[in-house]
Design a protein around this ligand. Structure first.
Ligand SMILES: [Ca+2]
Length: 403
């Protein structure tokens, strides 16, 4: 855990103290030995970390018994997770926070290269730090290998019939593949789709379903009381808007991670979308959003002054369209927006969406949208958004979309 204590003696002492502390939290004294064996087995050299190969390394002369002891210990898990995690936190948090509070913590679980081709679909795999070594044959992967044969051994804890089903990719149900196995993004599911295409399609299908709920509810107008109609409509509309934010964030993140484009050409291509950061900015400043997938194009514009505006020029043919404005509604204030097209004001509103998660940051959680229905456009029309920030809220804008 610490690069400064590299002498083997010091390391052994720290490890022994760590195990003692865990053993106390594990309860019964008879759990101390298998706990120590299990933790030692995980840390010893050797590529396979399931219990059988670990038992062979720990007790080469008594593999069978050690295997049973380890398996019994892990399968029954006779400890309190809370108590053990509390001990782990006690050791780990001071090290994590040594250089200040933690904003993000990256866990690289791609450290073990799975060898062989025994599981269907397993080919030579990408593996974090090894990527540069085997660069010519890099296959980017996703999911966690939990098989007994070549993973963490987690699957071995299920009843034998169920474990057998999950152990091999050929039998593992599609909806559990990424939980049970580490597979290339190009791995083809039983559905016939590749993993990466499934990730894209399911997020587009989800956003479309959320949008269709808004349309279905709208057919009830006048058939139920207005207050109930409006309240549910607002909530469904919020869900539909957020589904698009998450669709875009997740699918763009996976496109960057997998380096594989969407076969349907949707991810990263939004032909009717115009980013605020590419508009003519008057007072507004373009700023990167963290994490980058929280805003379209990874950027928003924020107003550091008393008032700002942006201009876009409409370049399409004359016609009537809905105009969508994607902005950020934080809880740090109530900014005001006014939209004009060709000199006519078409909408004005305060950024005070009650449905948003309470958040004072410009990111996906504060992302909100306003759809202005039936706007008449002529070629060359100026689309202007005026904004007045309020309190700590910067009247941030992400993009507009002409639908
Ligand atoms: Ca943007």
């Amino acid at each position: 855990m610490s690069a400064s204590s590299s002498a083997p003696g010091a390391q052994h002492q720290r490890f022994a103290a760590y195990l003692d502390s865990l053993a106390q939290a594990a309860g019964h004294l008879d759990r101390a030995v298998p706990l120590e064996s299990y933790c030692t087995g995980l840390l010893l050299p050797g590529e396979r970390k399931s219990v059988e190969p670990m038992a062979a390394r720990l007790a080469p002369d008594d593999v069978q018994r050690r295997h049973q002891s380890l398996h019994h210990f892990v399968a029954n898990a006779p400890w309190s997770d809370e108590a053990l995690l509390e001990r782990v936190r006690h050791f780990v948090l001071p090290v994590m926070k040594r250089n200040g509070s933690v904003m993000a913590w990256i866990v690289d679980d791609t450290g073990f290269v799975k060898k062989g081709t025994h599981s269907v679909g397993v080919v030579r795999q990408y593996c974090g730090r090894l990527a540069s070594v085997v660069y010519d044959t890099v296959v980017l992967c996703v999911g966690r290998e939990r098989s007994v044969a070549g993973g963490t051994g987690f699957i071995g804890q299920y009843q034998p019939g169920v474990a057998k089903l999950y152990e091999t990719l050929a039998d593992c149900p599609d909806n559990l593949v990424l939980f049970m196995h580490h597979v290339p993004y190009t791995y083809r599911l039983h559905s016939g789709k590749t993993v990466i295409q499934y990730l894209y399609d399911s997020h587009y299908d989800g956003a479309a379903a959320a949008e269709s709920a808004v349309r279905q509810w709208s057919t009830l107008k006048g058939l139920i009381d207005d207050e109930r109609y409006r309240d549910v409509l607002e909530q469904l509309d919020y869900q539909a808007g957020q589904a698009i934010v998450w669709r875009d964030a997740v699918s763009n993140w996976f496109m960057r991670a997998s380096k594989i484009p969407d076969a349907q050409g949707r991810v990263g291509h939004y032909p009717n979308r115009f980013e605020a950061e590419t508009a003519k900015l008057n007072g507004y400043l373009a700023k990167p959003v963290t994490p980058w997938e929280g805003a379209s194009g990874g950027q928003a514009v924020e107003c550091p002054a008393a008032a700002c505006f942006v201009n876009f020029t409409y370049g399409g043919a004359a016609g009537t369209h809905d105009l969508l404005v994607r902005y950020f509604d934080t809880n740090a204030g109530v900014s005001r927006f006014k939209v004009s097209v060709g000199g006519r004001v078409v909408a004005e509103w305060p950024a005070s969406d009650q449905h948003l998660v309470r958040n004072d940051k410009v990111d996906s959680s504060s992302s909100s949208r306003r759809v202005i229905g039936g706007v008449a456009f002529k070629p060359g029309d100026e689309i202007r958004i005026d904004a007045v920030p309020d309190g700590g809220e910067t009247a941030a804008l992400d993009y507009i979309e002409i639908m």
